[in-house]
Design a protein around this ligand. Structure first.
Ligand code: NCD
Length: 322
């Protein structure tokens, strides 16, 4: 199947393309279980990780993914680079282009930064969005879908979508690119999405989104009995006002805890993209419980990013004119 040259939004993927990436990731996961975790697939290709915003998991995950496919990897973080001397995104991009980057993985604080780069003509290589402001984080949505599929269907995952799976996404939806990309991809894959948040942390256009809105986590756990509860980090760095009375109130009403864990149906899972604020949106007992997929998500992230880099770099490169 024809894969896109860029991955900017979870909405870029058709259902077949999304399932194909998850299937390729399944194969990559087998490689990651071997003693020698390496494929020659991207030998001779250069992948640049262009990170203007702090990140632990995502940057390391992309780095490992590229290395396991034998690509050369350059990690470029805005701190300590000429960007902090005022060099523009354009100059930075043109410099990377001149060095022959085949793919640029970009994380940026501004929503739309990956799209700007992809449509600028400054770079011929593939662009992968690794998180742009409060907008999107498509590889996180893919690794979350991969985690759900694996947990629900095990070895019988290949080729499957998430038809009919009920997913509750809980907390700071307003500031969450993870929630936005998950909503898009989960809809594409046939899952049923429920947003649960204080009214102040729902986007203004939430009622137009393909999700059912709720204000009470307990009601959702009791009435909807979701297979997946995805807790979101309270993104204090993006908050310029007070969106809830106090942290203690937030934890009591919207935080995941042992009582709520006990309400999950058998086989249900608790997800969190990390980094977790333990004691705020999730307590230690549930974060470290067998139902928690937090570390599984991290491990799956490497396999999924291998699949994404493989897909964008091995497809038709009709526009690539060097
Ligand atoms: C997320 C992000 O950066 O958007 N983290 C991640 O990529 N693992 C979620 C978050 O920061 O809360």
């Amino acid at each position: 199947m024809m894969m896109n040259r860029n991955l900017l939004s979870a909405a870029d993927l058709s259902r077949d393309q999304a399932v194909e990436i998850l299937d390729i990731a399944e194969g990559m996961a087998d490689v990651n279980d071997r003693e020698i975790k390496k494929l020659p697939t991207l030998r001779g290709k250069t992948v640049v990780n262009l990170f203007f915003e702090d990140s632990t998991r995502t940057r390391i995950s992309f780095e490992l993914a590229a290395k396991r496919l034998s690509a050369d990897v350059i990690n470029f973080s805005a701190k300590g680079s000429s960007v902090s001397k005022g060099e523009s995104l354009k100059d930075t991009a043109q410099t990377l282009e001149a060095m022959g980057a085949d793919a640029v993985v970009i994380r940026h604080g501004a929503s739309g930064a990956a799209n700007v780069l992809a449509h600028s003509g400054w770079i011929n290589g593939a662009i992968v969005n690794a998180g742009d402001g409060t907008h999107e984080h498509p590889t996180q949505a893919l690794l979350d879908a991969f985690t759900m599929r694996k947990r629900l269907h095990g070895k019988a995952s290949a080729g499957r979508s998430l038809d009919g799976v009920k997913v509750a996404i809980v907390g700071d939806i307003l500031h969450s690119r993870v929630a936005r990309s998950n909503l898009l991809l989960l809809n594409t894959l046939g899952a049923e999405v429920h947003f649960v948040a204080p009214p102040t942390l729902l986007p203004a256009n939430a009622s137009n989104m393909k999700a059912t809105l709720h204000y009470s986590l307990d009601e959702v756990l009791e009435n909807e009995t979701p297979e997946v509860v995805m807790m979101l980090r309270v993104q204090a760095e993006r908050m310029n006002a007070s969106y809830f009375p106090s942290e203690r109130e937030y934890a009591r009403i919207w935080g995941f805890n042992a009582d709520r864990l006990a309400k999950l149906k058998p086989g249900a899972m608790v997800m969190h993209p990390g980094p977790m604020n333990r004691g705020l949106e999730i307590d230690a007992i549930s974060a470290d419980s067998p139902q928690s997929t937090v570390l599984g998500q991290v491990a799956n992230g490497v396999s999924v990013r291998m699949a994404v880099l493989f897909s964008v770099l091995s497809g038709e490169r009709a526009n690539h004119v060097n």
